[in-house]
Design a binder for this molecule. Structure first.
Ligand code: UTP
Length: 293
């Protein structure tokens, strides 16, 4: 499995006005845009052919992963090798392709735009605003489960029951294999009282290409958008090749960089771990605590 799809065409309304002219995926998490963490994660998991589903005003994403000869020459002339390496790294990570979604008609619609690039092979989907800590890898485990089951695989996170209405939610039965669960049903953003569990679907998927046929037939659902969750619900109850949906439970650190509070947590977590910033930031945070008390 080599191909991964990264949808980044969403409007980012939760982060307005910052995202009026800047894609939310370009917001910096310390000194790298959020999207670079996602691309690096895909590459670490063995995906070297990436397709980003973009939209209007997402040009900075293309620029970020392109070469900038003038900047590189300037840094080289100055002998600033550290910054030069940082600048070059983003443009040498992977083979990155771009296609526009046109109308942002939902995540399912965005994934369907990848059909001709992906072809008839299983592929990964990484949402561009979901940041998973690099020490808490999950994609490789999901690839193994896809290969073992032949179906599609979602990543599930246990959340507070009150929070489940912000996510797609999974109805599961444990499987005989400890590494994954079988998903019987999926509901997009259910009311808390109707939620089948507190297992939320987060932004990593490994999908069988049959999902494309299903998406073609999937009508607009919640919010008038074509929902990937609805297509997966169909696959969960279908029969034959490529049917079945399985879940890998993620127990690590994950941030939604399209949400203000989660974004701030991502920035603090990453900064506190850095040798050049962590100690000073921690000292300042401790001093704030004392002064508030
Ligand atoms: P979100 O639910 O976060 O929506 O999309 P959004 O529009 O990006 O942000 P808000 O809610 O308005 O703040 C989840 C993922 O699906 C992609 C987004 O880019 C994000 O990675 N997406 C969503 C698309 O690519 N196209 C769409 O039509 C909708």
């Amino acid at each position: 499995m080599r191909k991964a799809v990264i949808p980044v065409a969403g409007l980012g309304t939760r982060f307005l006005p910052a995202t009026k002219a800047t894609p939310k995926e370009m917001l910096p998490v310390v000194d790298k845009p959020a999207i670079q963490y996602v691309v690096e994660e895909a590459v670490r998991a063995g995906f070297h052919d990436l397709l980003m589903i973009t939209g209007r005003n997402k040009r900075p994403l293309e620029d970020h992963f392109d070469r900038v000869p003038f900047l590189e020459e300037t840094l080289e002339a100055k002998g600033d090798h550290e910054k030069l390496a940082a600048v070059r790294q983003a443009s040498s990570l992977a083979d990155i392709h771009f296609v526009r979604q046109g109308d942002p008609k939902g995540l399912g619609h965005a994934v369907l735009r990848a059909r001709s690039h992906v072809g008839n092979e299983p592929f990964a989907v990484l949402l561009g605003d979901d940041l998973i800590h690099e020490q808490d890898e999950i994609l490789q485990a999901m690839v193994r489960v896809q290969e073992e089951t032949g179906g599609s695989v979602v990543a599930l996170l246990e959340v507070n029951p009150a929070e489940v209405s912000a996510y797609g939610c999974a109805d599961i039965v444990p499987s005989t294999d400890e590494d994954y669960v079988t998903v019987h049903g999926l509901v997009e953003k259910p009311d808390v009282a109707d939620a089948p569990s507190n297992l939320a679907v987060i932004g990593r998927y490994v999908l069988h290409p049959r999902v494309f046929d299903v998406l073609e037939e999937t009508p607009a659902g919640r919010g008038g958008e074509i929902q990937l969750t609805d297509a997966l619900q169909t696959l969960a109850t279908a029969e034959g090749e490529g049917s079945g949906v399985y879940g890998v439970i993620f127990r690590g650190r994950r941030f939604d960089t399209g949400d203000k509070l989660s974004y701030l947590k991502a920035v603090f977590t990453m900064a506190l771990e850095r040798e050049d910033l962590g100690p000073a930031l921690k000292q300042w945070l401790d001093s704030q605590k004392t002064s508030v008390v």
